[in-house]
Design a protein around this ligand. Sequence first.
Ligand code: ADP
Ligand code: MG
Length: 598
Amino acid sequence: MEKRPFAELGLSPEALKAVEKMGFEEASPIQTAVIPVALTGRDVVGMSSTGSGKTAAFALPAIERVDAHKRAVQVLILCPTRELAVQVAEEFGKLALFKRGVREVPIYGGQSYERQYRALAAGAQIVIGTPGRVMDMMERGALKLETLAMVVLDEADRMLDMGFRDDIEHILKSVPATRQLLFFSATMPRAIQDLIGRYSKDPEWIKIDSVALNAPQVEQVWFEVDRRSKLEALTRLIDVQDFRYGLIFCSTKIMVDDLDEALHARGYQTDRLHGDLSQMQRDRVMQKFRERKIEFLVATDVAARGLDVDDLEVVFNFDLPNDAEDYTHRIGRTGRAGKKGRAFTFVSGQELYKLQSMVRWARLDVRRGSIPSLDEVDEARTNVFFEKIRSTLEAKQFKPHDRMIDRLLDEGYASTDICSALIHLLQGGAPAKAEVKKPAPSKAAPAEKQAKPAPAWVEKKATLPPANAERVAPSEPELKKASLGQAASLADERDEDEEPPRKSKYERPARTGREPGMATIFLNVGRKQLITPADIVGKIAGVTRLPAGVVGAIDIHQRHTLADVAATEAEFIVKKLAGIKLKGVPLEPALAGAATAE
Ligand code: ADP
Ligand code: MG
């Protein structure tokens, strides 16, 4: 499909400067086709897939259309979700950077009316909003549409899916007949064709067949995975590829909650996005995700709709999406702006046929992959670690410790052994004698964990290791592998005694005193919040990035928890945890005391 330089599309110097500043080298096919037509004032129906650059395709002509001297609403963009409205508004802000006096305002539910009133009263010419809130503002008399010159329906198909049809029609009936109307949609169901037929005047139909702007950049792989093994498969793929930034799609809110919790407990930094969250919660999560304070966002389709984040490394379809459209929408979140992305899809049982028909229908380019074995996971972790050491050496990002090393060498240890011992310690290994712990009797699985049934995709491990099994504190990789004591069935490959005992390694029946070298941290959460040891270890490891091995015994009480941690890290951990939320409670950690030397 044809692409052209922006300079050939009839845009003003100010617009070209803004595009240049955004780093767009050339216009995408949909932009190339839409912009010149839209600039003539003609109605347009644009069809292209997610990630093809539709926003700039309508935003640039819209900005050109605005008379900056008139302080009245001239352009209205309707979007399905508030997230999308905010993102589109941000893109407008950037593209209008050099147009003096042009202002945009996003209008959406959940935000105080005050701010939106003020922005409107101040004379914003471009309004970007969800249909519900736009109607609302019209009814309150705060939004007047008599001066409107252009209306854009972004993701029209989605808006109809979400039940906005009546609102949209009401709005379209209330705007001047002279307005230009642009429709954008990834699909063209009957209902949309009806709307177009009734409200636009001889529109130019522009359909771009290519998949996303950067679709060839998305490597798509599917895996046949038993439902109960999905969690294990997911973490292995994440570990092997060392992914740090991605989206994981589940089909239901409950699955989202369960998976988020399970991943979190395994030490991944995750959060969730679904329809049950309040707008404020959603805002917070999105913000954290954009700032990369979260590695993985677990979401439903609806919640993630229109979410525009750059540089996603991977999209996981933990559950198969409903149809090829949703699939394309989901994977359009990765591989953007010329960067290579991955889309991994899990398929179990009958879903295989569904995927096959999607592949045939939408001509998806998906290949089959196999889940890495435990050995491959270990090797990959080693490689990651190796690279870290190498880059630290190359960048010389370390303080010399010559004296300590000389002393060890003087005592006759080989340099290779010294390094190996250090690596062992770094990976969360413990010195042989001091920190060997006996797990508590195995039946000590806390009641609250039993009260909540394990999600379907996690197979409960019936057998527990012998009560006298001696274990050292787990390393971080071990924690990641330990699935809350519930191993997925991929664990067939795993020895029985490789499986950490069911949480019990962190528990003990009564406080019998601290291990040497450990300090105790007080935390203001406990059984009341259904806290489990895995929550605590996951939080500490996740937030501090220290190996999980720094955490020792954990005592969970009704309203508080006492956690032993390596004394050398205790202060750091207290500082890092302060204010971080665990099960919705902001943590107020405090140092409760340190072990006296033996
Ligand atoms: P769509 O609305 O079709 O899903 P977006 O407008 O959200 O697509 O654009 C997807 C991504 O591509 C955004 O990150 C956007 O900044 C980027 N983009 C848009 N146009 C171009 C372009 N001409 N060159 C490079 N990147 C672009
Ligand atoms: Mg879009």
